[in-house]
Structure formats: C-alpha cells, structure tokens
Design a protein around this ligand. Structure first.
Ligand code: SF4
Length: 171
C-alpha cells in the first residue's frame, strides 16, 4: 500500500524529545481526533503513518496532529505523548473524547493502533466483505454509500429516523 505523509518533523530541544517525530496532516475541513480512537478507527491515515514510522523507519513518534489551514481557523488538533511538543496539542488525558479514556498511555495508544490496523489489513487481505457497518445505530457509516440496495442494510438494521442519521462524520 502506498500512502503519502503530509509532513513529519524531527524534534530537538531537550534530551527527552530529541530525535522524536511529530506527524502532521494538513486539513482544510473538519479535523476529528476522535476518528483515530476506538475499534475500527474512522480516520486511520495518521495512526497508520505513526505505526509505520515507529516500526519500520526508526525514530520514535511522539505526537500526531491535524494542522488546520482554513483561513481564520488555523490550529493544530491532535494527541501528544507529552505537553509542549505541538502548540495546543495535549496528551491523552486532555482529550475530550470518551474513547481516549481507554488508553493508559501514549505507548498503549500506539500498540492499539497497531493491533487495529493489522486486524483490518488481515480482513482486507482475506477478502472479508461482511455487511458490518461500524455505526449500526445511526448508520452514519453508510450515509453516503451508494450500494445500500445491494447490501440491504436497511432490511438488517432499519432505516435511521430523520435527524438520527448524523452528519456522516465519525463520532
Ligand atoms: S450501505 Fe455501504 S457502507 Fe453501509 S453496510 Fe452497506 S455496503 Fe457497507
């Protein structure tokens, strides 16, 4: 699989962070850190970079973040191993998402990403094609999918009520 990383910086400054990497993904739209968390992450791109860098290319990864480049809304949103690596990017304990509470540490988060992504990769390689949307309650996963009549998702789980279908954005 080929994937292109937007930006990776190598940190310098003190003994603790020297050589560690931060991975950045530029975004003009909504940046949802919660999409990296929990089982079957909705936005696995940055976790994938972090795990690949951590494992294959050497150089410990110490933070991942979206860099929002929309005019008037410039900001970083992400997760860092420790404070002060990227402006306004906090550690796991500072995340608002309830899903962040399941990780005991930054290392635990990296290990979890590795497990989730390896499992997804194995399923893909094995041709796994179950009709098994992640969000079975609101079916937000299926909102923009055009093959609903073929997979008969509404027959399995029922059509979401008006206003309950969500925005299509991961939660
Ligand atoms: S509607 Fe699309 S995304 Fe949802 S279960 Fe069916 S094939 Fe998968």
């Amino acid at each position: 699989m080929n994937a292109k990383l937007d930006r990776m910086d190598r940190l310098t400054g003190n003994e603790k962070v020297n050589g560690a990497r931060v991975i950045l993904d530029y975004k003009t739209g909504k940046a949802n850190v919660g999409g990296w968390l929990g089982a079957r992450p909705d936005e696995p791109q940055l976790p994938l970079y972090a795990v690949a860098r951590d494992e294959n290319a050497g150089g410990e990864v110490a933070a991942v973040a979206f860099a929002r480049v929309k005019a008037g809304e410039m900001e970083f949103k992400g997760i860092a191993r420790e404070e002060g690596l990227i402006p306004e990017v906090g550690t796991l304990v500072e995340q608002r998402s309830a899903a962040a509470k399941q990780y005991g540490s930054w290392e635990d988060l990296l290990s979890s990403w590795r497990r989730e992504l390896e499992a997804l990769g194995r399923e893909f390689a094995a041709g796994e094609a179950r009709v098994d949307p992640k969000d079975k309650r609101k079916l937000a996963t299926c909102r923009y999918c055009e093959v609903k009549p073929l997979c008969r998702i509404y027959e399995r789980y029922g059509a979401p009520a008006d206003g309950d279908a969500g925005s299509g954005e991961p939660e």
